[in-house]
Design a protein around this ligand. Sequence first.
Ligand SMILES: CC(C)(COP(=O)(O)OP(=O)(O)OC[C@H]1O[C@@H](n2cnc3c(N)ncnc32)[C@H](O)[C@@H]1OP(=O)(O)O)[C@@H](O)C(=O)NCCC(=O)NCCS
Length: 231
Amino acid sequence: MTCKQNKLILYGDSSYAEMIAHYFNTDSSYEVVAFCVDRDYQTRRSIGSLPVIPLEEIETQYAPEDHHIFAAIGYKRVRTHKALYQKITTLNYPVASYISTQAIVDSSADIGQNCLILPGAIIEPEVHIEENCFINSGAILCHHARLGAHCIIAAGSLVGGYTTIGPCSLIGFRATVAELLKVEEETLVGAMSLLLCDTQKHTMYTGIPAEPRRTHSDTGIELLTPAEKGR
Ligand SMILES: CC(C)(COP(=O)(O)OP(=O)(O)OC[C@H]1O[C@@H](n2cnc3c(N)ncnc32)[C@H](O)[C@@H]1OP(=O)(O)O)[C@@H](O)C(=O)NCCC(=O)NCCS
């Protein structure tokens, strides 16, 4: 068994958090040693051989000087993805990022903490990615693109050169965002859509070319199943 340099705690206990644990354990210098979750949301005491600890107790059981932390909160509700990440930044742990060894990341790219860069992603020169952005498999960020904090870039999507994506935005599966655009905060671009224009805040764009369809300023971006929406 290999002994890794860095011990990592994951915040989150969903199957999504389990997937992130797999990436860290198999392809990084981190070894996941525990999961943690807010006490009121705890539904299980272990995941495989690892404990799930209430967040409220984590610092007493796992010393901040010996561990890193990562908020493994998915994209279902982007405001929750942001809020729970912000919660762990109030603790005393250094915050990790995961960059797959199977991603192509130019050495000039600037990547914040709590970011996830999955296999097959391409990050071209001079790209700037702020904290808590998840770049999924095969996504491409062209040169000089800038991502605000808490963005989700879905698998197979592309952001063109010099385009700026505002915080808490989500670019859907295989969507294309053209170059030189200003995409405002909480923009949702639907799967397979082609965005050719600047956007308005808190707005969903879909189609080829993508057009504004509706706003979500009250809830933020939510990708819920029909059952979760109560349909
Ligand atoms: C954009 C999206 C969220 C809309 O879902 P929804 O709320 O169920 O959409 P609606 O059923 O209300 O559709 C609204 C309209 O937009 C159209 N539309 C929705 N998504 C579209 C898309 N991706 N491309 C083109 N048109 C789309 C619908 O056909 C509908 O048109 P109509 O009013 O003429 O019938 C969804 O289609 C989508 O793309 N989800 C992203 C999935 C994804 O990429 N996940 C990544 C996770 S990392």
